[in-house]
Design a protein around this ligand. Structure first.
Ligand code: GDP
Length: 294
């Protein structure tokens, strides 16, 4: 097994013990070790550099070397810094309006439709009535997929298979929700294999016309650096409110969470950890800091 970061830090500081206070020179190797751990966990290099510069500043002022366990103290500085950088505390989705509307965006395959089913389950558990809306006008299979999920979780699915106008479908769905006393509307939009202009324009129009109380961007944590670039492209166009990181049940160490948060400055709100409808968690920055550092 590889050493986790705290074990590595303990080792690094053992050799320094007794040398007095911490200096630029004697901490350099440790900072490099932390940076490597972050990059290994998929944190984008630029973000990793900014983070370790902050950690260095924080450590410099402390009497790290004369403490009983400088490695542990340093590890705590790193955890605290990462937790703060990811927002400190969890952030909930905002459900405002009657009905409250949640718009989902993301690339095809990111886990958007699966998340729609999970979110519906999550909200239903809070005793609110939910309407799922299939707004993928390109893939009839996507409508069927949502219908199957809706049936599975006991939530009605609204669709207009013949209509090719997502703005109209969304507006009609909201009117339907009002009439049928559904308090939360979740709109699943079309996803593509790569970011394309038409898709961006389309979802931008949907957002403008329905003014959702929450726009979420869904992204596959396994895609590493690409996740950050995609997040940036979507945020530039949609100015979304929060991020959903999926497929965290795999090997991804979670560095994408830190990179996305640092680059787009939007909170991660949920993490998805499997294909089952229950595999959804709120995002806790401190737990992710732990995961990133191993
Ligand atoms: P969409 O194209 O963005 O709507 O993506 P889908 O919801 O269809 O998901 C694509 C694939 O990823 C499907 O096979 C899902 O079962 C799978 N998937 C979605 N979320 C997760 C997750 O959190 N973990 C794992 N392991 N698979 C997931």
């Amino acid at each position: 097994m590889f050493d986790n970061l705290s074990t590595k830090l303990d080792k690094a500081f053992k050799t320094l013990k007794g040398q007095g206070s911490i200096t630029e020179i004697n901490v350099a190797a440790t900072i490099k070790e932390i940076r490597r751990a972050l990059v290994d966990a998929d944190v984008n290099y630029k973000v990793a550099k900014e983070v370790t510069d902050k950690i260095k500043d924080e450590a410099m002022g402390r009497d790290v070397l004369t403490t009983v366990s400088p490695g542990q103290l340093m590890t705590k500085i790193v955890y605290d810094e990462l937790t703060q950088l990811m927002g400190g505390t969890k952030e909930d989705v905002v459900l405002k309006g009657d009905p409250a509307v949640i718009l989902l965006s993301g690339l095809q395959g990111s886990g958007k439709t699966t998340f729609a089913g999970k979110l519906a389950t999550f909200i239903k558990k809070q005793n609110r009535t939910v309407l799922l809306v299939a707004c993928d006008i390109y893939r009839p299979a996507a409508i069927d997929q949502l219908k199957v999920l809706g049936e599975q979780v006991g939530v009605e699915v609204y669709s207009e298979p013949e209509n090719k106008n997502p703005v109209e479908i969304s507006q009609n769905a909201i009117a339907y929700a009002k009439k049928n006393n559904k308090k939360v509307v979740i709109i699943d939009t079309a996803g593509r294999l790569a970011v394309d202009e038409q898709m961006m324009r389309e979802i931008e129009l949907v957002k403008r016309s329905i003014n959702p109380s929450e726009t979420l961007f869904v992204v596959d944590a396994m895609t590493g650096q690409d996740a950050v670039n995609t997040a940036k492209t979507f945020n530039d166009r949609l100015n979304f409110d929060g991020v959903v990181l999926t497929k965290l049940d795999g090997d991804a160490r979670g560095g994408a969470a830190l990179s996305i948060r640092a680059v787009v400055e939007k909170p991660i709100k949920f993490i998805s950890t499997g294909e089952k409808m229950e595999a959804l968690d709120m995002f806790y920055p401190d737990r992710m800091a732990q995961r990133i550092l191993g």
